[in-house]
Design a protein around this ligand. Sequence first.
Ligand code: HEM
Length: 520
Amino acid sequence: MAVDLLPIPLAWVLLGLLVLLLYIYGVRPLSTFKKMGVPGPRPWPLIGNVLDVRHGVYNPDFTLERSQKYGKVYGLYRGAATPLLVISDREMLREVFVKQFHNFSTRTGETQFLMTKPLDCMLSTVTGEKWKNLRSTLSPAFSAGKLKKMSEQLNRCADQLVSNLGEQTSQGQSFEAKKLTGDFTMDAIASVGFGTDIDSQRNPNDPFVVHAKKAFEGPFKNPLFWLFLFFPWIMKPLLEGLGYNFFPRSTTDFFYKVLDQLMELRQTTVSERLDFMQLMLNAHKEPEEEEEDNSRDVKVQGQKQALTKDDVVSNGIVFFLAGYDTTATTMAFALYNLAINQEAQDKVIQELDEVMREKDQVDHEALQQMTYLEMCIMETLRLHPPAALIMTRICTKDTTIQWLKIPKGMTVLIPVLAIHYDPERWPEPKKFIPERFTAEEREKRDQYDWLPFGAGPRNCIGMRLALMEAKIGLAKVFMKYRIRTGPDTDMTLKLKKFEPFPQPVNGIKLRAELRAGGNN
Ligand code: HEM
């Protein structure tokens, strides 16, 4: 046989080949940052720095320690194949987010997603011209004028929130803050997103609640997802060819049905209410309003287009996915921060008593006047930014920022937690100090020191809606109740180690007392 003629046994040939492949794919790429002159922790062959995960996924202390040790630019490897360039330098961030946005307009590589329905139409995943056009088309739906018209619906959901809180605490028991605020944001997105009135707390089996929660579960229990994650080059074309996606089919079908019913209803009845489904269908006809894009620096110059049914349903789902848990988490942590800082809560209550003296509904004017409550929400978002770990940009063309040459394809990771806990930017960073967000303080601060909603033209499109929703919900709670800690409140607020979002191990258990002179 031919192999018998080889001077060395076949096993040695195969072993040599294996060592060569290991070197090419598992060791050689790990010199990328050394060649770029970028420091960083030493990576292991094949796995890079993935063992860091033992310190936890969402861990402000560890992320800050890393930045303090290696500086404002350093490199990490997520496995040998994915180098992550970690940047917290302000001038460099300005380049990545705004000045060189044309080279960094993508948040995640397309290899990380299956570009099939509904993901291939979602604002958060599409890239290039498709993203520009979609962002320009959807932005008017989030204008100040449109949001103003949604405040009535949000007030109704907030009244439900207060009534739920009353029921839960009528016997003086504690309540779980995230469950309470999660039911509120679910009702809110059903109303302003999909034109549907639900009561999540009383009707947990409402099909909307069931399907919305299913969409939120993620694909982690699906074995195909893990195959896709580890072998994307085989699984991506295969699954995309089959039109497969990781959303439960029944859930996507449900949201298509909601849209159909809504459109049918709108043909026969005139409705005063506003929801994103309707706004998206009309979006391409909407005139631009002043201050349309909230990125402050650069406007997205895309072509407005009529959206297809697929676009409308996919983006309805993404608004839910992006807005439900983030806003609920923000509100739950705000309740906690105000419960342990009673002087700050006194100021919130005093402000509400003045602003809402003659009113029951939190209208646009009242929202503008609730500046201290807004400062408390902003400080909460600094301490517990819910979406801190999704802040990435992909470099789409070889470029140089400041002194650093960045190759095409490299992922830039913005360490939001390290920035938000940096004592040079935020003295006494672990303390809840809402006064950091007075108008004068905000004016003095660099805009890239506070990044809960990202920055630049690809920042969070729902920022204004989230802030308005949180303000209305919290205002209604504090108009009636004082929130306090109780014997079962975990004062350490230890976070779950392996969750990508801030989730306290023991939940957030608080107590509510009817306020003397409150809105009872
Ligand atoms: C407190 C609540 C929220 C937080 C902390 C938050 C945070 C974020 C962050 C950090 C990003 C990435 C920004 C970047 O890469 O620069 C983002 C993107 C996004 N958010 Fe939010 N978000 C919140 C609420 C909402 C709501 C209520 C909606 C919609 C109803 C929404 C819709 C989106 C969408 C569609 C994107 C992708 C935008 C694009 O790629 O053009 N978010 N959000």
